[in-house]
Design a protein around this ligand. Structure first.
Ligand code: FA5
Length: 344
C-alpha cells in the first residue's frame, strides 16, 4: 500500500465514522478498519513487501492512521450514547462542582448562645406548648378575662372548644405562659428556668413580626431580691453584648411582677453618650420584675416562704442590638432573602 492509499484509507474511515447514526454501524466500522482482518492490519501485513528504507516511514503513517481512527471511534461512541439517552462515560476522578453550604439561621445561633450563657449560671432550659390555654397565658399571671392589660398582647385565638378549667385556646403570646407550668413541674423551689420559645402576636411592622422568639428567665427560691435580678442581667449583657456593655432597670408595670421594670442596655455604637441608633445612649431590651405573690400561689408555691424574679425578652431584638449589627426592619430576618442571610 502506498503512502497516498493509507492517507485515503484514514480519511475514508474518519468520514464514515462521523456519518454513523447507531452504535451498530459504528461497531461494524471498527471491525472493518481495526479488526483482526481489518484494513489497518492488512496494510501492516503488506509492510514486509516494501524496501527497508520505506518500511519505517510507511509504518509510522499506518500507526498514525490507526490512532486517528481509534480516537474518532471513541468520540463518536460518546456522541451516539448521549443521543440515544444512554449513560455517558463518567470519570469519577474529576473534581465535582461543590454544592453550596448553608448554615443555621441567625436566630437559631442567638438561641444557642443565650442558652449557653444561662446554662453557665445553672439555669435549666425548658419548653412549653406554643398552643396554650388562656389560664397559663393570662389568667394565672394575674390578668383575669377582660382585663385591659391583655390588649398589649394582641393574641391569636384558636377557634376550638374552650377547656372547662383553663378557658380558651390561644397561640402563646409570650414565654411567661411557662412560669406557672414550671412551678407545677418542679413543685418545690429552687427553680432556675430558661424558657426559649416561639411567640405569636397580631403585629407586623419594622419592629414587630407576627411570629418571634422570647427567652424567659424565672428564679424562685428563699430570699431572692432585685440584686439577684440585676446581677443576672448584668452577667448576661456582658457575655452576650461585650464586656463594656451595662444594663439599667426603669420602673414599669406588668400584672405578673411587682415591682416591674423595663430593662435597657447601653448602646454599643456610642457607649452610652447618645447617637442615631439609640435614644440617649440606651436601647430597650424587654421586661423584668419580682414574681407577683398571686402567680406563686397559682403555681402552688407559698409566697410567704418563697419569692423570685422573672424576665422576658425578644430574641430577635436582643440579637439586633449586638454591636455592629444594624438591621432597620426586623421582618428581614424571616423573609428568606439569601443576600441578607449569607452575610452571617
Ligand atoms: C412580655 O411579653 C412580658 N411577658 C415580659 C416579662 C417577662 C416581663 C417576665 C416581666 C417578667 P413585652 O410585651 O414587652 O413583655 O415583650 C417582651 C419583648 O418581646 C419585647 O421587648 C420585644 O423584644 C419582644 N417582642 C414583643 N412583641 C414582639 C413582636 N411582635 N415582634 C418581635 N419582638 C417582639
Amino acid at each position: 500500500m502506498s503512502e497516498e492509499q493509507i492517507h485515503n484509507l484514514r480519511n475514508e474511515a474518519l468520514s464514515l465514522i462521523m456519518g454513523t447514526t447507531t452504535q451498530e454501524e459504528l461497531e461494524n466500522l471498527r471491525i472493518n478498519y481495526l479488526g483482526r482482518q481489518g484494513k489497518i492490519n492488512q496494510a501492516t501485513a503488506e509492510l514486509k513487501n516494501l524496501p527497508a528504507e520505506k518500511k519505517s516511514v510507511v509504518g509510522k503513517i499506518i500507526n498514525d492512521a490507526k490512532v486517528a481512527i481509534e480516537n474518532a471511534l471513541f468520540a463518536q461512541k460518546e456522541k451516539l450514547s448521549t443521543k440515544d439517552g444512554q449513560t455517558t462515560w463518567f470519570d469519577p476522578t474529576i473534581p465535582s462542582v461543590q454544592p453550596q453550604r448553608g448554615h443555621l439561621h441567625l436566630v437559631t445561633y442567638a438561641i444557642e448562645e443565650i442558652s449557653q450563657i444561662f446554662n453557665h449560671l445553672g439555669f435549666v432550659r425548658v419548653r412549653y406548648p406554643e398552643v396554650e390555654w388562656d389560664w397559663f397565658a393570662f389568667e394565672s399571671l394575674n390578668m383575669p378575662a377582660s382585663h385591659p392589660a391583655r390588649d398589649e398582647w394582641e393574641t391569636f385565638f384558636v377557634d376550638t372548644k374552650s377547656h372547662p378549667k383553663y378557658g380558651n385556646m390561644v397561640l402563646t403570646p409570650h414565654t411567661s405562659s411557662g412560669q406557672v407550668r414550671e412551678m407545677e413541674r418542679v413543685k418545690m423551689p429552687p427553680i432556675r428556668m430558661i424558657n426559649i420559645a416561639k411567640c405569636y402576636r397580631r403585629q407586623s411592622d419594622v419592629s414587630h413580626v407576627p411570629m418571634f422568639h422570647q427567652f424567659e428567665g424565672l428564679v424562685v427560691d428563699k430570699d431572692i431580691s432585685i440584686v439577684h435580678l440585676k446581677g443576672t442581667l448584668d452577667y448576661f449583657a456582658r457575655r452576650f453584648f461585650g464586656a463594656s456593655r451595662k444594663i439599667r432597670l426603669r420602673p414599669y408595670h406588668f400584672q405578673f411582677t411587682e415591682p416591674s421594670f423595663e430593662v435597657d442596655v447601653s448602646c454599643g455604637v456610642c457607649n452610652g453618650s447618645g447617637c442615631k441608633l439609640c435614644k440617649a445612649g440606651w436601647l430597650e431590651l424587654g421586661g423584668a420584675g419580682m414574681v407577683h405573690p398571686n402567680v406563686l400561689t397559682n403555681g402552688g408555691i407559698d409566697p410567704s416562704k418563697f419569692c423570685g424574679f422573672a424576665f422576658g425578652w425578644g430574641v430577635e431584638r436582643t440579637f439586633m442590638m449586638k454591636a455592629g449589627i444594624k438591621i432597620d426592619d426586623i421582618r428581614i430576618l424571616y423573609n428568606a432573602d439569601l443576600r441578607f442571610l449569607k452575610q452571617f
